[in-house]
Design a protein around this ligand. Structure first.
Ligand code: PLP
Length: 430
Protein backbone atom coordinates (compact mmCIF):
# COMPACT_ATOMS: atom_id res chain seq x y z
CA UNK A 1 0.00 0.00 0.00
CA UNK A 2 1.52 3.37 -0.96
CA UNK A 3 1.89 5.89 1.86
CA UNK A 4 0.06 9.22 1.94
CA UNK A 5 1.01 12.40 3.73
CA UNK A 6 -2.26 13.08 5.52
CA UNK A 7 -3.79 12.70 8.95
CA UNK A 8 -6.69 10.78 7.39
CA UNK A 9 -4.27 8.19 5.98
CA UNK A 10 -2.63 7.75 9.42
CA UNK A 11 -6.05 7.38 11.05
CA UNK A 12 -7.04 4.79 8.45
CA UNK A 13 -3.86 2.80 9.11
CA UNK A 14 -4.64 2.83 12.83
CA UNK A 15 -8.19 1.67 12.18
CA UNK A 16 -6.85 -1.26 10.11
CA UNK A 17 -4.07 -2.15 12.57
CA UNK A 18 -4.63 -5.66 13.96
CA UNK A 19 -2.39 -4.81 16.95
CA UNK A 20 -4.09 -1.51 17.83
CA UNK A 21 -5.69 -2.79 21.05
CA UNK A 22 -2.23 -3.32 22.62
CA UNK A 23 -1.76 0.43 23.04
CA UNK A 24 -4.47 0.36 25.73
CA UNK A 25 -2.46 -2.15 27.71
CA UNK A 26 0.17 0.52 28.48
CA UNK A 27 0.29 3.77 30.44
CA UNK A 28 1.13 6.62 28.07
CA UNK A 29 2.80 9.63 29.78
CA UNK A 30 0.64 12.76 29.59
CA UNK A 31 1.34 16.25 28.29
CA UNK A 32 -1.24 19.00 28.94
CA UNK A 33 -3.86 16.35 29.61
CA UNK A 34 -3.21 14.43 26.38
CA UNK A 35 -1.11 11.40 25.46
CA UNK A 36 2.50 12.28 24.70
CA UNK A 37 3.93 11.12 21.42
CA UNK A 38 6.27 8.62 23.05
CA UNK A 39 9.10 7.74 20.65
CA UNK A 40 11.66 6.60 23.23
CA UNK A 41 10.70 2.98 23.74
CA UNK A 42 14.24 2.22 22.51
CA UNK A 43 15.48 3.88 25.70
CA UNK A 44 12.83 3.05 28.29
CA UNK A 45 9.73 1.13 27.25
CA UNK A 46 6.34 2.08 28.67
CA UNK A 47 4.77 0.48 31.71
CA UNK A 48 2.20 -2.24 31.00
CA UNK A 49 -0.94 -1.77 33.06
CA UNK A 50 -0.56 -5.37 34.23
CA UNK A 51 2.89 -4.79 35.78
CA UNK A 52 1.57 -3.57 39.10
CA UNK A 53 -0.52 -6.70 39.69
CA UNK A 54 2.41 -9.01 38.84
CA UNK A 55 4.67 -7.18 41.31
CA UNK A 56 1.89 -6.94 43.90
CA UNK A 57 1.37 -10.68 43.64
CA UNK A 58 4.92 -11.26 44.82
CA UNK A 59 4.59 -8.61 47.56
CA UNK A 60 1.46 -10.40 48.74
CA UNK A 61 3.17 -13.79 48.75
CA UNK A 62 6.08 -12.26 50.65
CA UNK A 63 3.63 -10.66 53.10
CA UNK A 64 1.70 -13.89 53.68
CA UNK A 65 4.37 -16.55 53.32
CA UNK A 66 7.69 -14.91 54.22
CA UNK A 67 10.57 -17.21 53.36
CA UNK A 68 8.15 -20.01 52.50
CA UNK A 69 7.38 -18.10 49.29
CA UNK A 70 10.44 -19.77 47.79
CA UNK A 71 8.87 -23.22 47.74
CA UNK A 72 5.44 -23.16 49.32
CA UNK A 73 2.65 -24.81 47.33
CA UNK A 74 0.45 -21.82 48.09
CA UNK A 75 2.91 -19.36 46.45
CA UNK A 76 1.56 -18.35 43.03
CA UNK A 77 4.98 -18.63 41.40
CA UNK A 78 7.53 -20.03 43.88
CA UNK A 79 10.62 -17.82 43.85
CA UNK A 80 13.08 -20.70 43.70
CA UNK A 81 11.91 -21.31 40.13
CA UNK A 82 10.89 -17.77 39.19
CA UNK A 83 13.35 -17.40 36.30
CA UNK A 84 11.83 -20.48 34.66
CA UNK A 85 8.46 -18.76 34.19
CA UNK A 86 10.17 -16.28 31.85
CA UNK A 87 12.05 -18.82 29.78
CA UNK A 88 9.41 -19.80 27.17
CA UNK A 89 8.90 -16.16 26.22
CA UNK A 90 12.60 -15.36 26.13
CA UNK A 91 13.33 -18.46 24.06
CA UNK A 92 10.67 -17.41 21.59
CA UNK A 93 12.03 -13.87 21.23
CA UNK A 94 15.64 -15.10 21.02
CA UNK A 95 14.88 -17.91 18.56
CA UNK A 96 16.49 -20.28 21.04
CA UNK A 97 15.86 -23.37 23.12
CA UNK A 98 14.69 -22.75 26.66
CA UNK A 99 17.90 -24.20 28.05
CA UNK A 100 19.88 -21.61 26.08
CA UNK A 101 18.35 -18.54 27.77
CA UNK A 102 18.08 -17.18 31.28
CA UNK A 103 17.23 -13.82 32.83
CA UNK A 104 19.61 -12.51 35.48
CA UNK A 105 21.69 -9.54 36.67
CA UNK A 106 22.12 -6.46 34.49
CA UNK A 107 23.44 -6.19 30.95
CA UNK A 108 27.01 -5.03 31.57
CA UNK A 109 27.45 -7.58 34.37
CA UNK A 110 26.32 -10.30 32.00
CA UNK A 111 28.64 -9.08 29.25
CA UNK A 112 31.57 -9.47 31.64
CA UNK A 113 30.38 -12.92 32.72
CA UNK A 114 30.12 -14.03 29.10
CA UNK A 115 33.57 -12.68 28.29
CA UNK A 116 35.09 -14.54 31.21
CA UNK A 117 33.94 -17.70 29.47
CA UNK A 118 34.23 -16.79 25.81
CA UNK A 119 37.17 -14.42 25.58
CA UNK A 120 40.16 -16.64 26.20
CA UNK A 121 43.01 -14.88 24.37
CA UNK A 122 46.34 -16.49 23.63
CA UNK A 123 49.59 -14.79 22.64
CA UNK A 124 48.66 -15.38 19.00
CA UNK A 125 44.87 -15.17 18.98
CA UNK A 126 43.78 -12.26 21.16
CA UNK A 127 42.02 -9.64 19.04
CA UNK A 128 38.40 -8.53 19.32
CA UNK A 129 36.40 -6.97 16.49
CA UNK A 130 33.60 -4.57 17.37
CA UNK A 131 31.86 -1.64 15.72
CA UNK A 132 33.39 1.83 16.21
CA UNK A 133 31.22 3.93 18.52
CA UNK A 134 29.83 0.92 20.39
CA UNK A 135 27.77 1.80 23.46
CA UNK A 136 30.24 3.13 26.09
CA UNK A 137 29.54 0.41 28.63
CA UNK A 138 30.50 -2.21 26.03
CA UNK A 139 33.62 -0.25 25.13
CA UNK A 140 34.67 -0.16 28.79
CA UNK A 141 33.93 -3.87 29.20
CA UNK A 142 35.98 -4.80 26.13
CA UNK A 143 38.84 -2.49 27.06
CA UNK A 144 39.09 -3.75 30.64
CA UNK A 145 38.76 -7.40 29.65
CA UNK A 146 41.61 -6.91 27.20
CA UNK A 147 43.76 -5.21 29.85
CA UNK A 148 42.90 -7.91 32.36
CA UNK A 149 44.23 -10.64 30.07
CA UNK A 150 47.13 -8.77 28.46
CA UNK A 151 49.34 -8.86 31.53
CA UNK A 152 48.09 -11.97 33.27
CA UNK A 153 50.36 -13.17 36.06
CA UNK A 154 52.65 -10.17 35.63
CA UNK A 155 53.76 -11.35 32.18
CA UNK A 156 52.80 -9.71 28.93
CA UNK A 157 50.67 -12.14 26.90
CA UNK A 158 49.94 -9.63 24.12
CA UNK A 159 49.91 -5.91 23.45
CA UNK A 160 46.55 -4.49 24.58
CA UNK A 161 46.98 -1.46 22.30
CA UNK A 162 46.27 -3.36 19.09
CA UNK A 163 43.82 -5.89 20.54
CA UNK A 164 40.62 -4.01 19.73
CA UNK A 165 39.69 -3.60 16.06
CA UNK A 166 36.91 -1.07 15.57
CA UNK A 167 34.94 -1.26 12.34
CA UNK A 168 34.54 2.16 10.73
CA UNK A 169 32.08 3.11 7.99
CA UNK A 170 33.62 4.09 4.65
CA UNK A 171 34.43 7.75 4.22
CA UNK A 172 31.24 9.69 3.59
CA UNK A 173 29.04 6.85 4.89
CA UNK A 174 27.30 6.56 8.25
CA UNK A 175 26.80 2.84 8.64
CA UNK A 176 28.78 -0.32 8.03
CA UNK A 177 28.57 -2.49 4.94
CA UNK A 178 28.23 -6.19 5.69
CA UNK A 179 30.86 -6.97 3.06
CA UNK A 180 33.34 -4.73 4.91
CA UNK A 181 32.56 -6.36 8.27
CA UNK A 182 33.15 -9.80 6.77
CA UNK A 183 36.32 -8.70 4.99
CA UNK A 184 37.76 -7.29 8.24
CA UNK A 185 37.03 -10.53 10.08
CA UNK A 186 38.79 -12.45 7.34
CA UNK A 187 41.74 -10.08 7.30
CA UNK A 188 42.40 -10.69 11.00
CA UNK A 189 41.56 -14.36 11.02
CA UNK A 190 44.89 -15.53 12.38
CA UNK A 191 44.78 -13.25 15.44
CA UNK A 192 41.06 -13.05 16.09
CA UNK A 193 39.65 -14.39 19.37
CA UNK A 194 36.21 -12.79 19.42
CA UNK A 195 33.73 -10.83 17.32
CA UNK A 196 31.56 -8.87 19.76
CA UNK A 197 29.06 -6.51 18.18
CA UNK A 198 25.69 -4.89 18.68
CA UNK A 199 22.66 -6.53 17.08
CA UNK A 200 21.12 -3.12 16.43
CA UNK A 201 23.59 -0.24 16.84
CA UNK A 202 22.33 2.18 19.50
CA UNK A 203 23.42 5.38 17.68
CA UNK A 204 22.71 4.67 14.03
CA UNK A 205 19.91 2.13 14.44
CA UNK A 206 21.65 -0.24 12.00
CA UNK A 207 20.63 -3.90 12.28
CA UNK A 208 23.63 -6.10 11.55
CA UNK A 209 23.52 -9.39 9.69
CA UNK A 210 23.87 -11.67 12.70
CA UNK A 211 23.88 -14.90 10.66
CA UNK A 212 26.56 -13.77 8.18
CA UNK A 213 28.81 -12.26 10.86
CA UNK A 214 28.55 -15.38 13.01
CA UNK A 215 29.35 -17.69 10.12
CA UNK A 216 32.34 -15.66 9.03
CA UNK A 217 33.62 -15.37 12.61
CA UNK A 218 33.41 -19.14 13.03
CA UNK A 219 35.01 -19.83 9.64
CA UNK A 220 37.89 -17.66 10.82
CA UNK A 221 38.30 -19.53 14.09
CA UNK A 222 36.77 -16.90 16.40
CA UNK A 223 33.83 -16.95 18.80
CA UNK A 224 30.96 -14.55 18.17
CA UNK A 225 28.78 -12.67 20.67
CA UNK A 226 26.18 -9.90 20.42
CA UNK A 227 24.82 -7.13 22.61
CA UNK A 228 21.13 -7.23 21.75
CA UNK A 229 20.01 -4.32 23.97
CA UNK A 230 18.44 -2.61 20.95
CA UNK A 231 17.43 -5.74 19.08
CA UNK A 232 15.60 -7.91 21.61
CA UNK A 233 11.82 -7.47 21.31
CA UNK A 234 12.47 -5.13 18.38
CA UNK A 235 13.33 -7.62 15.62
CA UNK A 236 12.81 -11.40 15.48
CA UNK A 237 15.99 -13.29 16.28
CA UNK A 238 17.19 -16.82 15.52
CA UNK A 239 20.23 -17.09 17.71
CA UNK A 240 20.26 -20.89 17.87
CA UNK A 241 20.02 -21.41 14.13
CA UNK A 242 22.51 -18.62 13.42
CA UNK A 243 24.93 -20.41 15.73
CA UNK A 244 25.75 -17.33 17.83
CA UNK A 245 27.98 -18.31 20.77
CA UNK A 246 26.49 -15.93 23.31
CA UNK A 247 24.32 -12.83 23.55
CA UNK A 248 23.22 -10.39 26.24
CA UNK A 249 20.36 -7.89 26.38
CA UNK A 250 18.41 -5.69 28.77
CA UNK A 251 14.68 -5.72 29.40
CA UNK A 252 13.92 -2.05 29.96
CA UNK A 253 13.90 -0.90 26.32
CA UNK A 254 11.64 -2.71 23.86
CA UNK A 255 10.84 -5.29 26.53
CA UNK A 256 9.00 -2.75 28.73
CA UNK A 257 10.07 -4.28 32.04
CA UNK A 258 10.96 -1.13 33.96
CA UNK A 259 14.06 0.97 34.67
CA UNK A 260 17.14 -1.14 35.37
CA UNK A 261 15.11 -4.33 35.20
CA UNK A 262 16.66 -7.76 34.86
CA UNK A 263 18.86 -8.59 31.86
CA UNK A 264 19.03 -11.80 29.82
CA UNK A 265 21.66 -14.04 28.27
CA UNK A 266 21.80 -16.63 25.53
CA UNK A 267 24.48 -19.31 25.47
CA UNK A 268 24.42 -21.69 22.53
CA UNK A 269 23.62 -25.26 23.44
CA UNK A 270 26.99 -26.42 22.08
CA UNK A 271 28.68 -24.70 25.03
CA UNK A 272 26.17 -25.75 27.62
CA UNK A 273 27.49 -29.25 28.00
CA UNK A 274 31.07 -28.16 28.43
CA UNK A 275 31.88 -28.25 32.16
CA UNK A 276 35.46 -27.14 31.47
CA UNK A 277 34.57 -23.63 30.29
CA UNK A 278 36.13 -21.01 32.53
CA UNK A 279 33.47 -19.08 34.36
CA UNK A 280 32.80 -17.02 37.46
CA UNK A 281 30.26 -19.10 39.32
CA UNK A 282 27.70 -18.61 42.06
CA UNK A 283 25.34 -20.91 43.91
CA UNK A 284 22.40 -20.35 41.55
CA UNK A 285 24.42 -21.83 38.69
CA UNK A 286 25.13 -24.93 40.73
CA UNK A 287 23.19 -28.12 40.10
CA UNK A 288 19.72 -27.31 41.40
CA UNK A 289 19.11 -30.76 42.87
CA UNK A 290 22.12 -30.36 45.17
CA UNK A 291 22.09 -26.60 45.70
CA UNK A 292 20.95 -26.69 49.29
CA UNK A 293 23.35 -29.40 50.34
CA UNK A 294 25.83 -26.54 50.72
CA UNK A 295 28.81 -28.64 49.63
CA UNK A 296 32.14 -27.63 48.13
CA UNK A 297 32.76 -28.16 44.42
CA UNK A 298 30.78 -26.34 41.72
CA UNK A 299 28.64 -28.57 39.51
CA UNK A 300 27.17 -26.44 36.68
CA UNK A 301 23.51 -26.58 35.76
CA UNK A 302 22.86 -27.53 32.16
CA UNK A 303 22.58 -24.62 29.73
CA UNK A 304 22.57 -20.87 30.34
CA UNK A 305 21.38 -21.46 33.93
CA UNK A 306 24.96 -22.41 34.83
CA UNK A 307 25.96 -18.75 34.53
CA UNK A 308 23.48 -17.59 37.19
CA UNK A 309 25.22 -16.23 40.24
CA UNK A 310 22.54 -15.29 42.70
CA UNK A 311 19.00 -16.18 43.62
CA UNK A 312 16.37 -14.55 41.43
CA UNK A 313 15.62 -10.78 41.59
CA UNK A 314 11.93 -11.55 41.99
CA UNK A 315 10.35 -8.08 41.92
CA UNK A 316 11.96 -6.90 38.65
CA UNK A 317 11.45 -10.38 37.23
CA UNK A 318 7.73 -10.06 37.99
CA UNK A 319 7.64 -6.81 36.01
CA UNK A 320 9.52 -8.60 33.24
CA UNK A 321 7.06 -11.49 33.18
CA UNK A 322 4.09 -9.09 32.98
CA UNK A 323 5.55 -7.60 29.82
CA UNK A 324 6.68 -10.88 28.28
CA UNK A 325 3.14 -12.24 28.54
CA UNK A 326 2.00 -9.35 26.34
CA UNK A 327 4.72 -10.21 23.81
CA UNK A 328 3.42 -13.77 23.88
CA UNK A 329 -0.03 -12.51 22.93
CA UNK A 330 1.06 -10.04 20.26
CA UNK A 331 3.71 -12.27 18.67
CA UNK A 332 7.08 -10.96 17.52
CA UNK A 333 6.39 -11.72 13.84
CA UNK A 334 3.19 -9.63 13.85
CA UNK A 335 4.99 -6.85 15.73
CA UNK A 336 7.81 -6.85 13.20
CA UNK A 337 5.38 -6.73 10.28
CA UNK A 338 3.73 -3.62 11.75
CA UNK A 339 7.12 -2.17 12.70
CA UNK A 340 8.44 -2.32 9.13
CA UNK A 341 5.36 -0.52 7.82
CA UNK A 342 5.22 2.02 10.67
CA UNK A 343 8.91 2.94 10.45
CA UNK A 344 8.61 3.07 6.67
CA UNK A 345 5.76 5.55 7.16
CA UNK A 346 7.92 7.74 9.39
CA UNK A 347 10.71 7.63 6.82
CA UNK A 348 8.25 8.54 4.03
CA UNK A 349 6.95 11.57 5.97
CA UNK A 350 10.48 12.72 6.83
CA UNK A 351 11.48 12.46 3.17
CA UNK A 352 8.47 14.64 2.30
CA UNK A 353 9.82 17.27 4.73
CA UNK A 354 13.12 17.10 2.90
CA UNK A 355 11.52 17.40 -0.54
CA UNK A 356 12.87 20.89 -1.32
CA UNK A 357 16.09 20.81 0.65
CA UNK A 358 17.57 18.26 3.02
CA UNK A 359 16.85 19.58 6.53
CA UNK A 360 17.17 16.29 8.33
CA UNK A 361 19.49 13.46 7.38
CA UNK A 362 18.32 9.96 8.28
CA UNK A 363 21.52 8.06 9.04
CA UNK A 364 19.76 4.73 9.69
CA UNK A 365 19.86 2.40 6.65
CA UNK A 366 16.96 2.70 4.21
CA UNK A 367 16.72 -1.07 3.80
CA UNK A 368 14.13 -2.38 6.33
CA UNK A 369 16.23 -5.56 6.68
CA UNK A 370 19.02 -3.42 8.09
CA UNK A 371 17.06 -1.60 10.74
CA UNK A 372 14.50 -2.09 13.50
CA UNK A 373 12.06 0.48 14.85
CA UNK A 374 14.59 3.27 15.37
CA UNK A 375 15.46 6.06 12.97
CA UNK A 376 18.43 8.29 13.84
CA UNK A 377 18.06 11.82 12.56
CA UNK A 378 21.15 13.88 12.09
CA UNK A 379 20.59 17.61 12.42
CA UNK A 380 23.57 19.69 11.39
CA UNK A 381 22.58 22.95 13.13
CA UNK A 382 20.53 23.58 16.25
CA UNK A 383 19.70 19.91 16.81
CA UNK A 384 19.59 20.22 20.59
CA UNK A 385 17.22 23.20 20.44
CA UNK A 386 14.99 21.31 18.04
CA UNK A 387 14.97 18.34 20.37
CA UNK A 388 14.08 20.59 23.35
CA UNK A 389 11.20 22.12 21.40
CA UNK A 390 9.87 18.68 20.51
CA UNK A 391 9.88 17.77 24.24
CA UNK A 392 8.18 21.04 25.18
CA UNK A 393 5.43 20.16 22.71
CA UNK A 394 4.84 16.67 24.08
CA UNK A 395 6.96 14.63 21.66
CA UNK A 396 9.43 12.52 23.60
CA UNK A 397 12.46 11.61 21.50
CA UNK A 398 16.03 11.28 22.68
CA UNK A 399 19.17 13.20 22.06
CA UNK A 400 22.54 11.57 21.58
CA UNK A 401 25.69 13.66 21.35
CA UNK A 402 27.00 15.05 19.10
CA UNK A 403 24.07 15.63 16.76
CA UNK A 404 21.50 12.88 16.62
CA UNK A 405 17.83 12.75 17.59
CA UNK A 406 16.73 9.14 17.92
CA UNK A 407 13.08 8.25 17.43
CA UNK A 408 11.54 4.80 17.63
CA UNK A 409 7.96 4.08 16.64
CA UNK A 410 7.35 0.98 18.75
CA UNK A 411 4.76 -1.28 17.14
CA UNK A 412 3.45 -2.50 20.49
CA UNK A 413 1.99 0.87 21.46
CA UNK A 414 2.80 3.59 18.92
CA UNK A 415 0.16 4.55 16.39
CA UNK A 416 0.38 5.88 12.86
CA UNK A 417 -1.18 9.10 14.17
CA UNK A 418 1.73 9.37 16.67
CA UNK A 419 4.11 9.25 13.73
CA UNK A 420 2.11 11.77 11.73
CA UNK A 421 1.88 14.16 14.71
CA UNK A 422 5.62 13.94 15.29
CA UNK A 423 6.65 14.68 11.70
CA UNK A 424 4.00 17.38 11.40
CA UNK A 425 5.35 19.12 14.51
CA UNK A 426 8.93 18.68 13.33
CA UNK A 427 8.02 20.30 10.01
CA UNK A 428 6.50 23.30 11.75
CA UNK A 429 9.54 23.68 14.05
CA UNK A 430 11.96 23.51 11.14
C1 PLP B 1 23.75 -1.13 23.66
C2 PLP B 1 23.81 -1.02 25.16
N1 PLP B 1 24.73 -1.76 25.83
C3 PLP B 1 24.85 -1.67 27.16
C4 PLP B 1 24.03 -0.84 27.90
C5 PLP B 1 24.22 -0.77 29.39
O1 PLP B 1 23.19 -1.42 30.05
P1 PLP B 1 23.19 -1.64 31.64
O2 PLP B 1 23.24 -0.30 32.28
O3 PLP B 1 21.86 -2.30 31.87
O4 PLP B 1 24.33 -2.50 31.99
C6 PLP B 1 23.05 -0.07 27.24
C7 PLP B 1 22.18 0.84 28.00
O5 PLP B 1 21.38 1.59 27.49
C8 PLP B 1 22.97 -0.16 25.83
O6 PLP B 1 22.08 0.58 25.14
Amino acid sequence: MPYENSLEFAQQCDANDSLKSFRDRFYIPQHNGKDCVYLVGNSLGLQPKSTRSFVEQELTDWQNLGVEGHFDQSATRPWFHYHKFLKPYLADLAGAKELEVVSMNSLTTNLHLMMVSFYQPTAKRYKIITEAGAFPSDQYALETQINFHANRGGERLFDPKDALIELQPRTGEETLRTEDILATIEKHQDELALVMMAGVQYYTGQLFDIAAITKKGHDCGALVGFDLAHAFGNVPLQLHEDGVDFAVWCSYKYLNSGPGSVSGVFVHERHSRNPDLPRFAGWWGHDESQRFQMRKGFIPMEGADAWQLSNVNVLPSAAHLASLEIFGEAGIQALRKKSVFLTGYMEFLLNELNADEEKIQIITPQDPNQRGAQLSLCVSHGGKELFNKLSANGVLADWREPNVIRVAAVPMYNSYVDVWNFVNLLGSLL
